[in-house]
Write a protein that binds this ligand. Sequence first.
Ligand code: FAD
Ligand code: UDP
Length: 370
Amino acid sequence: MRKEYDYLIVGSGLFGAVFAEQMKGAGKKCLVVEKREHVGGNVYCEDIAGIQVHKYGAHIMHTSNKTVWEYVNSFVEFNRYTNSPLACYKGELYNLPFNMNTFKQLWGVMTPSEAKAKLEEQRGIYAEIEPANLEEQALKLCGEDIYFRFIKGYTEKQWGREATKLPSFIIKRVPFRFIYDNNYFNDIYQGIPIGGFNPLIDKLLQEVEVRLKTDYLQHRNELDRLANKILFTGCVDEFFDCCLGRLEYRSLRFEHEHLQTDNYQGNAVINYTEREVPYTRIVEHKHFDFGTQRTTVISREYPDDYSPGKEPYYPVNDEVNMKLLAQYKQLAAQQLSVLFGGRLAQYAYMDMDDTIELALNLAEKELIHC
Ligand code: FAD
Ligand code: UDP
């Protein structure tokens, strides 16, 4: 029997919104349910005094995927923002990512060959060790100066554990750039939608019915009856009532502050890399948009332990959790009328371009089959 909607889409983040847009374009009737009081998931921006505040963490679009870039640009115009965070360690500022500017600030070296020689000298002491944990891995990759100033404190805060107790696979490589270039990303395309991410989400969801403040898991029986198929973009373990156990996350806590000054730190992102400073970074949102407002909004970002009720930000992709995930994936495969997608349902850290690409692919696959 045909139901009222072709698709019930749980979650209005980028994954759900892109899927909805594609399905709408193919003439399918969709209903989006979102438990928050706004659409957009983690890319949502809140307008405070005319400044677009990235409420769930700073988001910068960067990609080398031309299809994805052209897709998002067909809805909104992007500005020329280039991410160039600074690192603050014990009151000194350094450029990121590690490039000739950083090496000059650290060691006073001017040329790439001097920088390479210094780095080799630093790494040499650890060349022979077989890394058993993150600390050893990082020392082997970059030596003491970089590790102790920029990596140890930040990483320990982020993961809430000593670097010697973290698995080495977290740091597979540390990118070094031997040119004077502070662009954090290597991708071809980069920017932020003019006016923030909300216009993008609004355009994707134009003419799609959305019910806010509706938690699918609390209204499951009635919602399931409404649609032929479901796309679920929430936490995969919660879909199955955590019957096999809970997947672990790291969370974040943001302290937003509206200040009566026009320019607080002169850069959008400053990382605080020493352990003693409790937050990992301060974001000054107006600089994402070259804002000229008279006031400013900053956000201090504190890593936090996750417990149900908090936002699940980073999956903990260690062995225990990946085993549990594999079991949930088996359960998911048995759900013939439910699709699972997005960072929470896939329990994977995915940048926005990956999220969009996967949503486009899933929609295409669906449309071939129906
Ligand atoms: P989400 O945005 O989380 O959307 C899922 C939605 O589902 C949410 O709105 C949630 O409320 C809703 N939902 C969940 N369960 C239910 C339920 N039971 N009922 C109803 N609704 C439900 N990527 C980049 O490319 N560049 C960046 O700079 C960048 N910065 C990031 C910074 C941080 C701190 C984090 C955590 C991620 C960052 N990302 C970045 C990644 C980016 O956020 C993701 O790729 C993208 O937002 C994922 O979209 P999604 O739809 O899968 O998930
Ligand atoms: N990192 C670090 N020092 C920094 C920035 C990052 O040691 O100043 C490490 C840290 O382990 C972190 C990882 O690099 O978890 C990824 O950080 P990035 O800011 O690139 O990504 P995000 O945390 O925003 O996903």
